[in-house]
Design a protein around this ligand. Structure first.
Ligand code: ADP
Length: 485
């Protein structure tokens, strides 16, 4: 029972066998009944026509019968011929082991003779010209027979009966032969069902078991297992979707793990970044409270430093929040057609004075063309500010910062080139990461957060654009981004 509950193939096998047996049983039973009836009817008809034939020929009925003919006919029929007189007394009884001729004196009457089926009313019916038949055990003949009885006439009057019997055994034999055929068909059917089940177990049960194992290992956290898909039927589809599921889950889980990792790093970085300004602020305020600043000028210096650190903290927090928002997709870009040429001009204007203070030559170059893109002006301005701020800060006195606009078929490119220290090839991929600073000490004086480029990349990618850098240490850097038109 447990086996049955566990195996779909066993279930199928039982179902098929049951079906074969059921069909065979019904066809067997119906066929046998129908055939029996058919054989009986045929035999009855044969007997009847012979009996009628006999009753019509005067020379073989009654006491003056031509016995030779009676013997011949009984032999041909392999049956028994019985002739009685009007009262039912047996005159002759020939065939099937009987040889009674002209036994009128013995007065053996078919009616009431023990174990003979005939009744008085039967005899009356026969005498009135009706045909009476009987099927079953028959005394005298010691076997099951089919019998028909008809009257015979002399001088236009019913003079007695002719009763023809033939054994049922041959019919039964034929039917049992047929039943044997049906039985062997059943056995063949069961054998076929077994072979079919074995084949099915290959194509049905085995892949299902493999899928089961795959699903189990997925539950245990192993998504590397795949089911081999050969068929394109429902099982194949199932296996295929299981494989896809495993692959997708694997991908998702790896992504989740990566996300978790970056989140943890992010929190660690943020705490680290916050700690430095906070401890500086703490140091200055404690010094002020302890009265360590002797002069007004010194006190003002401490306050100014504290203020600087507070501004730094503020910027850090704003940038962190900004980045998180962009990354989480929480910022909806307010896209509208903007003129990059105009936007770059504005930002350039802001930084020109700063650059000149540092004795850095700034320039803005662009060929005439259409620099209109569909973008969020505030966000793109932020990117420009970040890039220009980096460039001006990186460039020493006497250096140059150049902003260039280029128009391509489908895109607009903005580049900011400086003559600063440049960035080594190993560090070029790293500068886009949050909190990454090439020169850790520079961050202290320059006030960078290490978030500017990370934010810039998020913004540009959200616009469907690309951002990158080409740089050689000692020769300066060129940051560029493109936006689709
Ligand atoms: P920060 O706010 O510190 O500038 P960014 O993300 O903008 O942070 O830049 C990351 C790091 O990349 C900077 O600390 C700096 O070391 C380096 N970097 C950025 N721009 C330039 C540049 N134009 N020349 C040289 N180094 C640069």
């Amino acid at each position: 029972m447990n086996m049955l509950r566990k195996s779909v193939v066993l279930k199928l096998w039982l179902l098929m066998v049951a079906l074969v047996l059921l069909i065979l049983y019904f066809t067997g039973v119906l066929q046998t009944a129908k055939l029996k009836q058919l054989y009986y009817d045929q035999q009855l008809e044969l007997l009847l026509s012979e009996a009628k034939h006999l009753s019509g020929s005067e020379d073989i009925t009654g006491q003056n019968a031509n016995m030779h003919l009676l013997y011949t006919l009984a032999g041909a029929l392999k049956g028994n011929i019985m002739i009685t007189d009007r009262q039912g007394n047996i005159v002759h009884c020939i065939g099937m082991g009987m040889e009674m001729q002209n036994v009128t004196g013995a007065k053996i009457n078919v009616v009431g003779h023990h174990d003979l089926p005939w009744s008085k009313s039967d005899l009356q019916s026969i005498m009135q010209g009706e045909t009476v038949s009987y099927r079953g055990a028959y005394h005298f003949l010691d076997t099951d027979v089919l019998t028909v009885a008809v009257p015979f006439y002399k001088d236009g009057q019913a003079a007695g009966t002719v009763m023809l019997s033939s054994p049922l055994a041959p019919i039964e034999e034929r039917i049992s032969a047929l039943q044997k055929i049906t039985l062997s068909a059943g056995l063949i059917g069961i054998a076929l069902a077994t072979i079919l089940s074995l084949l099915l177990s290959r194509t049905l049960s085995r892949p299902l078991l493999k899928m089961y194992q795959s699903a189990r290992s997925m539950a245990k956290g192993d998504y590397s297992r795949r089911v081999e898909v050969k068929s394109q039927d429902e099982i194949g589809l199932l296996a295929h979707s299981l494989n896809t599921l495993a692959a997708e889950l694997q991908e998702k889980i790896t992504a989740l793990e990566r996300l978790d990792q970056t989140r943890r790093e992010f929190v660690a970085n943020v705490s680290h970044e916050l700690r430095t300004p906070l401890s500086i602020i703490q140091g200055y305020t404690e010094a002020l409270m302890d009265g360590m600043a002797a002069t007004e000028a010194e006190r003002n210096k401490y306050l100014a430093e504290t203020h600087e650190e507070i501004l730094r903290l503020r910027r850090l927090v704003t940038e962190i929040l900004d980045l998180r928002k962009i990354e989480a997709g929480g910022v909806e870009l307010k896209r509208q057609p903007i003129d990059i040429e105009q936007l770059a001009g504005q930002v350039y204007g802001q930084f020109k004075a700063l650059a000149e203070d540092k004795e850095v030559t700034a320039s803005l170059d662009f060929a005439p063309g259409s620099y209109t893109v569909n973008a969020d002006a505030d966000r793109i301005r932020q990117v420009l500010i970040n890039l220009l701020d980096n460039a001006v800060r990186a460039t020493p006195a006497g250096g140059r910062v150049k902003v260039e606009l280029l128009e391509y078929k489908d895109t607009v490119q903005v580049s900011v080139t400086d003559t600063g220290p440049g960035i080594s090839a190993e560090e070029q991929p790293l500068i886009w990461e949050r909190f990454y600073k090439v020169d850790k000490s520079r961050a202290r004086t320059g006030g960078g957060t290490g978030l500017g480029l990370a934010i810039a990349r998020q913004i540009i990618e959200a616009h469907g654009g690309t951002i990158g850098v080409s740089s050689k240490p000692g020769q300066g850097s060129s940051f560029y981004f493109t936006l689709p038109k």
